[in-house]
Design a protein around this ligand. Structure first.
Ligand SMILES: [Mg+2]
Length: 407
């Protein structure tokens, strides 16, 4: 089998990738964001993989892996990898989880990061009390057993208040106005700023109690000492983890040594890893126990086999695994489900990508009825990643510039 084309299209809010073969088997995946970046780069990647046998996934990856980097630059390499697995599974007549070593669980726990604000009781939540009610809704109505909430510089409210002054000694907003303070030295907190953070978490836990696990996405941008004070301050609340306090998101490095200073001095679980590209860049975090939980995103780290390798290596070292979720989309969710089904005992939950708009669920086939229930996704058995476009239905949503996506 040979690869004969690589195409992209934006459907609804999601960028989709299609790897086309001479056998009429297609591989589909999703790209995290930025259609312009995808448009510019797809022709280059196409040239690199044309003529390759897509079922030799690693052989193809060896040609393109050097063309990625920390988020956002690893996204095309990663999404091509997931589409290759889809083809390999379809060609073998097996679900992708079998090709990754077989499943060790029939359903995988997922967690929610309030991706559909329109459904929530407080779509534009401002206070800790409103966020707590949203978290309860996601647990009681939608069934999630873990929810992730923004806090500190990941929380727009906190940023807005920091801009008004009184939360940091260092200048904020930043000049030039980037979203997050730069790593571990951008944001020395005042008493007021630090107390606000600890109270914010406390208020949410007070309302939510022990009904649902809560993780907090924190930054990046806290100093090592502020991050440690925050982690120690919330120890009584047993939060599931504090994510990306120092580096994360779009910081193109991870400062493992700084994380280790924090992690080894608190009983709060510390989490990072969504921006990191390739297994090699997790080595120090894992080997030095710099965090308690790693969270690579298959759409940034280099794909699902890369994610699986990191999960195994983390497990060897007593580190937990909670993968970050490709932003929006059915194909991302499907790929995550297959790899999560194969992970060792350290697997907690992946960040659940939901398709937007809702009609996305009508233009694909393969998802079993009721596949999401009680905060878990039931693993399904169709070949490949087990989701296909209903092309006549999906075609209607193609933009004029993408009209040839299914040709
Ligand atoms: Mg995050």
């Amino acid at each position: 089998m040979k690869i004969i084309d690589l195409k992209s299209a934006i459907i609804g809010n999601n960028i989709c990738l299609r790897v086309k073969t001479d056998k009429g088997i297609d591989g589909y995946s999703q790209v995290e964001e930025f259609k312009d970046f995808v448009n510019v780069n797809v022709p280059y990647f196409r040239e690199m993989i044309l003529g390759c046998d897509p079922t030799n996934v690693e052989d193809v990856m060896r040609r393109i892996r050097r063309l990625g980097a920390f988020k956002p630059w690893g996204k095309l390499v990663s999404s091509i990898e997931m589409a290759l697995w889809d083809i390999a599974g379809k060609e073998a007549g097996l679900p992708v989880y079998k090709l990754l070593g077989g499943k060790v669980r029939d359903k995988v726990r997922v967690y929610c990061t309030m991706y559909s604000p329109d459904k929530l009781p407080h779509p534009d939540s401002r206070t800790a009390e409103e966020r707590a009610e949203n978290i309860l809704y996601l647990n009681e109505v939608e069934g999630f057993t873990i929810v992730k909430s923004p806090v500190a510089f990941h929380n727009p409210d906190f940023r807005a208040m920091a801009e008004q002054g009184g939360f940091t000694y260092t200048s904020y907003p930043l000049d030039p106005p980037v979203r997050y303070p730069d790593n571990a030295n951008g944001s020395l907190l005042t008493d007021k700023g630090l107390n606000y953070l600890i109270e914010y978490v406390g208020k949410i836990k007070e309302v939510v109690g022990d009904k649902v696990g809560i993780a907090f996405d924190c930054g990046p941008g806290l100093t090592a000492i502020d991050a440690l004070k925050f982690a120690k301050g919330v120890e009584p609340f047993n939060v599931l983890w504090l994510e990306d306090m120092v580096t994360g998101d779009y910081t193109p490095y991870n400062l493992a040594q700084v994380y280790r200073d924090i992690t080894s001095n608190t009983t709060t679980n510390i989490h990072t890893g969504e921006q990191i590209y390739l297994r090699q860049n997790f080595r120090e975090l894992i080997e030095t126990h710099a965090v308690n939980v790693v969270g690579p995103d298959p759409a940034d780290v280099g794909g699902i086999a890369e994610l699986k390798w990191i999960a195994e290596y983390a497990n060897l070292h007593g580190i937990m695994m909670a993968p970050h979720g490709v932003f929006d989309g059915v194909f991302g969710m499907a790929a995550l489900t297959h790899v999560a089904a194969t992970m060792p005992q350290n697997y907690i939950a992946y960040e659940y990508p939901q398709a937007h708009p809702e009609w996305w669920y009508d233009i694909v086939e393969g998802l079993p009825e009721g596949f999401f229930k009680d905060g878990h996704v039931t693993v399904w058995d169709k070949p490949g990643i087990g989701v296909e476009f209903n092309i006549p239905k999906a075609q209607k949503y193609l933009r004029p510039e993408d009209k040839e996506f299914f040709d």
